[in-house]
Design a protein around this ligand. Structure first.
Ligand code: URA
Length: 475
């Protein structure tokens, strides 16, 4: 048995030299004990006879390319596995291209793991400014890699941070870059690194670039495994960002895209020149001939508001859906049915209200036989505001209940922050507007979130009923 000691630093060169020598001396794999960093020395200490070199050894280049990464794997068997394959390669050069070979497959897997670890290290090492005050800025980082990737990765950091001094301390070795020279040192305890003001900045940046709509927790934790989080200052924000992602996505959806203010002003100026219909008959006639925006084209018909024409409460939704477009009446489809049920539970009788929409034509995309709802854009909302205003002028409601972002945009000028603004009255040129979410938003929620959301919606509706009572009977 030959025990071959391998150092913790310079492992690759040491293994390559020893493996070549053993191969040249025809020492079979089972006669070698690879002793990494002295871990086996005490157990199996033997006199190591110098291998007798018998001729030169030719090693395929693709084996070398693979081996120089595999040696950094954490598996204690890596050196033995590599040498066993090298031993076979003497007689069978085809092994390196045999993907089905289990020995090669295992080594390829290990190589991949080391590459992955190398990339994680490049992405997740976080340096702290040591503020040493010298001519070169000085940084240090504590990192806990899965494999022994500090040494093969250090040249990358040296190139990237060539104009600074830095060190990366890990549980087994430290890479130090001082005045342009890279050195490696064995084990050092975790240093007590100073707080770094840039970390707060980095945390804020991280929070800002975090896109909740793209969040896929599984994919994210696969990309940024949790074990790295403890040494990454920004990671402290992740649990909170995940917890609030769903609400932020809803908020973003409600906020939707907005039109440039200049364009809005232009549409408003055009509309201001058109006299509003002064009677229900005129409104009815004009509305049925509306061609103000392209939505009238594909829709079956215009859907005007319905209900008592002197209602104290006016309810404004988004736009007719598929069922409403076919029937010519607002809120008769699934969202309307849900609304009716929750409104009744909240003490709001829909029949007493004038119910209408911010946009009067159904906007959809035809997919096969299905017509898929599309959100109206700001231009369409602006054009249709003319009709909502006409309805308001004729009904003269005491309170308007705006449901969802589109109604909010039409009546208050913005849909932003609807989830924060809901349940409250806002003063607008059209009179008091009570804001809440759209019932179809409740329909889109997953079952586990639905009950709570319905309760909040009912609470909004009862708030609107109370507000209406106060507005109708001021003290
Ligand atoms: N959604 C609305 O906003 N209005 C309707 O009339 C139907 C669904």
């Amino acid at each position: 048995m030959h025990t071959i000691p391998l150092p913790r630093i310079g492992t690759w060169e040491a293994w390559r030299t020893a493996a070549r020598a053993c191969l040249a001396a025809r020492i079979p794999p089972e006669d070698i004990l690879w002793d990494f960093a002295g871990s086996e020395a005490e157990l199996f200490a033997t006199d190591l006879p110098a291998p007798t070199v018998r001729g030169t050894v030719k090693v395929p280049a693709d084996f070398v390319d693979m081996a120089k990464w595999v040696v950094w794997h954490a598996d204690p068997q890596r050196f033995a596995r590599l040498y066993a394959l090298l031993w076979r390669l003497r007689l069978d050069k085809g092994v390196m291209s045999d993907r089905a070979d289990p020995d090669l497959a295992k080594l390829r897997q290990m190589e991949k793991a080391v590459h992955r670890c190398k990339h994680k290290m490049r992405a997740f090492v976080r340096f702290r400014d040591l503020r040493t005050g010298g001519p070169r800025r000085s940084f240090a980082a504590w990192f806990e890699p899965t494999h022994h990737t500090v040494e093969p990765n250090a040249p990358f950091f040296a190139r990237r941070f060539a104009d600074m001094d830095w060190m990366i301390v890990t549980p087994d070795i430290t890479a130090r870059f001082t005045d342009g020279t890279l050195t490696f040192h064995e084990g050092q305890p975790k240093p007590d690194l100073p707080d770094d003001a840039t970390e707060e900045l980095w945390g804020t940046y991280f929070k800002n670039i975090f896109n909740p709509a793209r969040l896929k927790v599984k994919a994210m934790t696969a990309e940024m495994p949790k074990k790295y989080w403890k040494n990454m200052p920004e990671a402290q924000h992740i649990p909170d960002l995940i917890a609030h992602a769903e609400a932020r996505v809803r908020d973003m959806a409600e906020a939707g895209p907005t039109l440039a203010p200049a364009r809005v002003a232009k549409i408003r100026a055009q509309l201001a020149e058109t006299p509003q219909p002064a009677s229900w008959n005129l409104l009815d006639a004009d509305l049925h001939n509306c061609t103000r925006c392209p939505l009238h084209g594909p829709a079956t018909q215009v859907v005007p508001g319905t209900g008592p024409r002197d209602a104290a409460l006016m309810i404004v939704g988004e736009q007719p859906g598929d069922a409403e477009d076919l029937e010519g009446l607002p809120f008769v489809g699934p969202a309307g049915q849900l609304f009716d049920r929750l409104a009744a539970q909240a003490g709001l009788d829909r029949k007493t209200a004038f119910v209408t929409n911010a946009v009067k034509h159904f906007k959809f995309e035809q997919r096969g036989k299905r017509r898929i709802h599309q959100n109206p854009n700001t231009s369409e909302i602006e054009h249709c505001r003319f009709w909502v205003e006409s309805e308001i002028k004729l009904v003269k409601p005491k309170l308007i209940l705006a449901m969802g972002g589109t109604a909010a945009e039409s009546l208050t000028g913005t849909r932003k922050g609807i989830l924060k603004r809901r349940g409250q009255i806002e003063d607008t040129p059209h009179g008091p507007v009570f804001l809440t979410v759209h019932p179809s938003y409740l329909l889109r929620l997953p079952d586990h979130a639905r009950e709570e959301a319905e309760q909040a919606f009912r609470a909004d509706l009862s708030g609107a009923v109370q507000a209406l009572t106060l507005l109708s009977h001021p003290a």
